[in-house]
Ligand binder design. Structure first.
Ligand SMILES: *[C@@H]1O[C@H](CO)[C@@H](O)[C@H](O)[C@H]1NC(C)=O
Ligand SMILES: *[C@@H]1O[C@H](CO)[C@@H](O)[C@H](O)[C@H]1NC(C)=O
Ligand SMILES: *[C@@H]1O[C@H](CO)[C@@H](O)[C@H](O)[C@H]1NC(C)=O
Ligand SMILES: *[C@@H]1O[C@H](CO)[C@@H](O)[C@H](O)[C@H]1NC(C)=O
Ligand SMILES: *[C@@H]1O[C@H](CO)[C@@H](O)[C@H](O)[C@H]1NC(C)=O
Ligand SMILES: *[C@@H]1O[C@H](CO)[C@@H](O)[C@H](O)[C@H]1NC(C)=O
Ligand SMILES: *[C@@H]1O[C@H](CO)[C@@H](O)[C@H](O)[C@H]1NC(C)=O
Ligand SMILES: *[C@@H]1O[C@H](CO)[C@@H](O)[C@H](O)[C@H]1NC(C)=O
Length: 901
């Protein structure tokens, strides 16, 4: 058995798209252990309570890095020592930025190799497999930097299995270093455990550090490092005894992240070019350039959803960011909710006094209204333009906007395409826009595309205790612009298929990478030019020449021959995938087909491809199919469930039906809350009460005809009183009929007939034996559903359900068990964890300043299908809705069907 994971920076995720409907059930049935990160081995442990034993023989991670391009092979071998067959899991976490390029399993001497296929085709194949009763494996997101690959196979008694996973990625320079991260979680002692990394950097290695989050004082000396000029070798291979948490303990110390961080020497101004097998790569990050002053406008979302930890962390982050802001820089703060507030009418220089004043302003940040992103960004742009025009900003400076938001636009212009267009038109390439998306309750793609359209980038800020550090970290990366308008030009007719070669900015600590193909394979040199603006504008020329790698490094195990070509393919695919966010439909479709063709050619699992592995048939079991996918950042955005928020501009759809199941839909988040109230039959509850319009809705519960032996008392709503007090209008709905009273006059409508009845500002529409829709002019729309139970049912009797369809014209003073939710509600669901029932995870919901435990459950919505209803997943609030509803359910009990107290 094996299980570990790997690591570095940001972007990829594998497979989850197939997890819908019946497929999800299949995944569950494999082993609930697969549900969490600690998966694999747990499953095994459970099974190994008996005599069962799976021995992990080896776990090895072998990384080769040639010029920042990392190629990692993870191998794990396990033996089933039991005398019965059993399932063995292989769980690996790998960096999101990596592409899986190969996977194989060797079982009883036979090797099964994964094939990379177009995602759509793979999915079809997968669906066919599922429809034939085969099962499937999966890969999913895991934490911030990682995604997880899991597969399990059934291994015969006394047999072994070897898994080999390969992935590749380009290490990005951030804050002056490259980071190779390997996540190791073997979960048990391993006979042979080994991490080996060989790094080859032609520019020479300037510094290198290797460490691990799990390295104790005893383990630390086992990390071996040798660095010689342009090569480094790092290894770590503790013996089984050394892995033990204590002598004779079965626990392992190996559990965490292993990092190698390094930087290269950078003396040549023109950067470094490597040409291998007809492809070249050019790295450009000159040292010793002076920083260019910047004009930065922080555009900060202070809408309601930021309330609590987020606004606090934003304040903290801004305080430290302001502490570090360079005194040559100009800055301003723009706060927005549904309206936009400037700290100062123009940008001001970051002098000690101004910074102190800004910090004071920041300490007063409070969350308030809705989210008008459009207006905020446009006004920030205007501000920069105005100051540019007034010539109050330094000449040779770069301008940027850093937008921080945690939600989708809900106020002003809310159409995302329109906002992108407006922003793009206003910025016209004059300002770089960075977008920081805080948490999961937002459409990350919207921000990502908008940032890219304006030469910037988007970053997700994880809603966690270190959010302030993440914000600060991002700021550090863009704090020191060195160059702008960097153009990398290569001699005409010598190269083609260039990756991006114009860069809006180069920041201190980062690096520009351009790759391309030589038009002529025999060509071994070409000329290039670099021009850029900085404190001093630069114009550089150079000549690149190919080296005979096999001659220079005859036995070089560090280098894998085609790395420049794979690096080129990797970069090209990344850039094509990004391009799909903007441009014309034709450009997007061209970018997609090109990216797909390259992914297939180079066998990369990207968001357009899937890896398909067919697990061998064993004995009477069917063969299994396994697909690994990679998700986009947007797809991995809202994992299984992380959090949401409903702004006051939405009215939730609320209802009560069944055994009083209260259902509160949160439409903008596509999710639902639910709770029950168990009380004695006959109790009348106030559901809605608007003192301004005079609308009241009460409901009275009924019980079962007869108590079902061994069951609790079920209650349902059997009667509703719906009144428009100002118009003197009352409607009493029971399972027998509908009685409308006005000024002493009564009209009785029967459930047995479809008809429409209108009276002073109210319309009642009866659908025979099914439903009653009540529309109150200028205020609200409700539906009452009639549930007819088989007349001879031994226990149950007919009952009613009540749904609010429209309440947006009711006043803000509306209250009641349902009415209190008409104004929207503010809550966050997070911290998903295993509940009592494996199929129903628990989570923590933060609402009204308190945290309550909620459970993922199902309720039935009967609006469409009166008979069976439609299953709606919801977050169930326990204890009669305590914590969600204001007060306790007793507070809503009234003395009569039209009474308000
Ligand atoms: C499997 O092993 C158990 C315990 O080692 C033993 O009792 C049992 O007889 C074995 N079964 C077979 C079929 O060999
Ligand atoms: C994938 O792995 C298999 C088995 O380890 C190997 O034979 C094959 O050459 C690999 N494919 C590539 C493209 O590296
Ligand atoms: C923004 O850029 C456009 C073209 O790129 C230019 O015409 C315009 O004057 C610039 N606006 C400002 C205010 O700098
Ligand atoms: C800058 O120019 C605008 C009009 O373009 C003017 O209203 C404003 O007062 C000026 N601000 C400063 C600080 O000069
Ligand atoms: C898209 O691809 C087609 C066929 O390769 C080409 O003719 C067309 O010019 C491309 N369109 C764009 C916008 O790049
Ligand atoms: C809401 O959820 C339903 C069912 O899960 C899905 O079909 C629909 O696309 C979702 N809508 C949005 C806007 O996410
Ligand atoms: C939620 O449940 C956990 C454990 O199940 C418990 O420790 C915690 O106190 C509960 N919190 C609340 C607010 O009930
Ligand atoms: C819900 O309220 C009823 C009536 O007050 C009470 O009997 C019951 O114990 C409550 N249930 C829970 C789980 O708190």
């Amino acid at each position: 058995m094996s299980q570990w994971t790997l690591p570095p920076p940001p972007l990829l995720l594998l497979w989850a798209c197939v997890l819908t409907g019946t497929h999800a059930a299949l995944v569950h049935s494999r082993d609930s252990a697969l549900q969490d990160t600690d998966a694999g081995i747990h499953g095994l442990k459970k099974r190994s309570l008996g005599e069962v034993k799976v021995d992990v023989q080896s776990v090895t991670m072998n990384c080769k890095v040639a010029s920042r391009f990392a190629h990692t092979v993870m191998t794990s071998k396990a033996i089933n020592r039991a005398n019965t067959s059993q399932e063995v899991f292989f769980d690996v976490e790998l960096p999101k930025t990596a592409f899986i390029t190969n996977f194989s399993m060797e079982i009883e001497g036979v090797t099964y190799v994964g094939q990379v296929k177009e995602k759509e085709k793979a999915k079809k194949q997968y669906e066919q497999a599922v429809s034939r009763g085969q099962t499937a494996g999966l890969v999913r997101a895991s934490g911030r930097k990682m995604e997880k690959f899991s597969v399990s196979v059934n291994v015969a008694a006394q047999s072994d299995v070897t898994f080999v996973l390969t992935y590749e990625e380009l290490l990005q320079r951030r804050l002056g270093e490259y980071e190779l991260m390997i996540r190791v979680k073997p979960k048990q002692l391993v006979h042979k455990f080994e991490i080996v990394a060989d790094i080859y950097e032609p520019q020479g290695i300037a510094s290198l550090d290797a460490h691990g989050t799990f390295l104790t004082n005893d383990l630390l000396p086992l990390v071996e490092k040798t660095v010689s000029d342009n090569k480094a070798h790092v290894s770590f291979s503790p013996t089984l005894e050394q892995q033990r948490t204590c002598p004779d303990c079965e626990g392992t110390l190996i559990d965490g992240d292993f990092f190698i961080k390094y930087d290269v020497k950078r003396d040549k101004d023109v950067g470094d070019i490597q040409i291998v097998n007809g492809y070249f790569v050019h790295f450009f990050a000159p040292s010793d350039l002076p920083r260019v002053p910047k004009n930065v406008v922080f555009v900060i979302d202070v809408s309601y959803s930021m309330e609590g930890a987020k606004i606090k962390q934003t304040r903290e982050a801004l305080q430290t960011i302001l502490d570090d802001i360079h005194s040559n820089d100009y800055f301003n703060l723009v706060l927005f909710d549904h309206y936009v507030e400037f700290w100062k009418p123009s940008l001001t220089q970051a002098t000690v006094e101004n910074v102190a004043e800004a910090q004071k302003f920041v300490s007063g940040l409070r969350a308030r209204g809705a989210t008008d992103i459009n207006q905020a960004v446009l006004k920030a742009t205007e501000l920069l333009y105005q100051d540019k025009k007034n010539k109050t900003l330094p000449d040779n400076s770069v301008s940027m906007i850093i937008l921080l938001t945690d939600g989708d636009p809900t106020s002003g212009i809310t159409d995302q395409k329109q906002i992108q267009e407006n922003v793009h038109n206003a910025i016209q390439g004059n300002v770089t826009l960075f977008c920081l998306g805080f948490g999961y309750s937002l459409d990350y793609t919207f921000l990502d595309v908008m940032a890219q359209q304006n030469n910037g980038l988007a970053r997700r800020i994880y809603e966690d205790s270190d959010a302030a550090l993440q914000l600060k970290g991002f700021y550090s990366e863009v704090a020191s612009p060195l160059l702008s308008e960097v153009h990398m030009q290569y001699q005409d007719n010598t190269v083609d298929s260039l990756t991006q070669s114009h860069f809006k900015q180069l920041f201190n600590g980062s690096e520009i990478v351009v790759a391309g193909r030589l038009t002529d394979n025999d060509l071994d040199n070409f000329l290039f030019e670099i021009s850029a603006q900085g404190v001093n504008d630069i114009h550089l020329q150079g000549e690149a020449s190919a080296q005979k790698w096999d001659v220079l490094f005859p036995h070089e195990e560090y280098i894998f021959g085609d790395f420049t070509e794979r690096l080129w393919a990797y970069l090209t695919i990344q850039q094509l995938l990004n391009k799909r966010g903007s441009g014309t439909a034709e450009e997007k479709s061209n970018a997609t087909s090109e990216a797909l063709a390259l992914s297939l050619k180079y066998s990369f699992v990207t968001p357009l491809t899937s890896m398909v592995v067919t697990k061998p048939q064993r004995d009477e079991e069917p063969e299994d199919m396994f697909i690994a996918d990679k998700l986009t950042e947007a797809q991995r955005g809202r994992p299984s469930y992380t959090g949401y928020y409903s702004s006051p501009s939405y009215s939730p759809i609320t209802s009560v039906d069944g055994d009083p199941h209260f259902i509160i839909e949160v439409p903008d988040r596509n999710d639902t809350l639910c709770f029950n109230i168990d009380d004695t039959p006959g109790t009348i509850f106030n559901l809605v009460r608007d003192p301004v319009s005079g609308i009241v809705v009460n409901g009275q519960t009924i019980g079962d005809k007869k108590l079902q032996p061994g069951s609790k008392v079920h209650t349902y709503f059997g009667r509703f009183g719906i009144a428009h007090e100002k118009r003197g209008l009352r409607v009493e709905v029971s399972t027998q009929n509908i009685v409308v009273s006005r000024e002493g006059m009564k009209t009785i409508l029967s459930w047995a007939e479809t008809r429409t009845f209108r009276t002073l500002g109210m319309e009642l529409q009866v659908t025979k034996d099914r439903s009653l829709t009540i529309t109150m002019k200028d205020s609200a729309k409700f539906v009452v559903i009639l549930h007819r139970v088989w007349k001879k049912h031994p226990y149950h009797q007919d009952f009613l359900g009540f749904y609010t369809l429209d309440s947006h014209l009711l006043s803000h003073r509306t209250h009641g068990l349902l009415g209190q939710f008409y104004h929207g509600l503010q809550l966050v669901v997070g911290d998903l964890h295993e509940g009592q029932n494996a199929d129903k995870p628990d989570a923590t919901m933060k609402i009204k300043g308190v945290e309550i435990n909620v459970t993922r459950g199902w309720q039935r919505d009967y609006r469409q299908d009166v008979k069976y209803g439609e299953g709606v997943p919801c977050w169930f609030i326990h204890n009669n809705g305590t914590g969600l509803i204001d007060g306790t359910h007793h507070d809503y009990v009234v003395s009569g069907i039209f009474k308000t107290s």
